[in-house]
Ligand binder design. Structure first.
Ligand code: TIU
Length: 227
């Protein structure tokens, strides 16, 4: 198993490729396209679109080098039985989870808006985890999947930095994984929150993990033989 040294903040991080998975968080139309949940919350979803290309590149190299790839999707059952009333009722009617929008019912599994973007769509062989919360470890089998595959390190990408990515990184830390965040593969609806969330992750000697750019990861993974 090859050891790779990834340039990152606050320190260079050494990982074994066979113990590393690529995690792609919530690259769904509901967040990244107009007419979905992100917009219903008052955001401009276009801001997240800069992540598409770098995430696509990370998927390509991870597939070439045989990494475990896990995609997540935030969403709820059509009867909303897995959606806490607090999450449901916090926004005005018409803009709530389950309300009808241009991409179907907002943040509901199986609706058009719930789907992952075509550009970064999972292959049939890849793991897709549906989650009712922000943190991808909450009420999912993510921990068990990672354990089963002997994963220690997570290369974390997706949206949004300050919500589903940061809560998942915090979860990863508690569950005993190294989270290595790829800043250019991640975005927030607000640039200052993106920066703040990254700063919190890498502060205090890397209290939650590391922050790097995909170019540093690509540079290292390119050295590995393809599968
Ligand atoms: N996936 C994810 O981050 N869910 C959110 O609700 N993000 C917001 O920034 N609102």
């Amino acid at each position: 198993m090859s050891e790779l040294q990834i340039k990152a903040e606050p320190t260079t991080v050494t990982i074994k490729s066979g113990e590393t998975a690529l995690l792609v968080i919530d690259m769904q139309k509901d967040f990244i396209y107009s007419g979905g949940y992100g917009e219903a919350l008052g955001n401009n979803p276009k801001i997240l679109q800069r992540t598409i290309k770098p995430v696509q590149q990370m998927l390509q190299i991870a597939r070439e080098k045989g990494l475990l790839i896990i995609h997540t999707r935030e969403g709820h059952l059509p009867d909303l039985s897995d959606c806490p009333p607090t999450k449901l009722l916090r926004w005005p009617e018409g803009r709530r989870i389950g309300d009808q929008g241009p991409m179907g019912r907002i943040l509901i599994r199986g609706e058009k808006g719930h789907a992952i973007l075509d550009e970064v769509a999972p292959l049939p062989s890849e793991v897709v985890i549906d989650k009712p919360g922000k943190n991808a470890f909450y009420k999912t089998n993510l921990y068990e999947v990672l354990q089963e595959h002997g994963v220690v390190n997570l290369l974390v990408t997706g949206v949004t930095t300050d919500v589903c990515c940061s809560t998942t990184v915090s979860g990863a830390n508690d569950y005993g994984f190294n989270a290595i965040v790829l800043a250019d593969c991640m975005a927030s609806y607000d640039e200052s929150r993106h920066e703040a969330a990254l700063n919190i992750i890498k502060a205090q000697g890397g209290i939650f993990g590391w922050v790097t750019e995909s170019k540093h990861v690509l540079e290292q993974f390119e050295k590995l033989p393809s599968v």
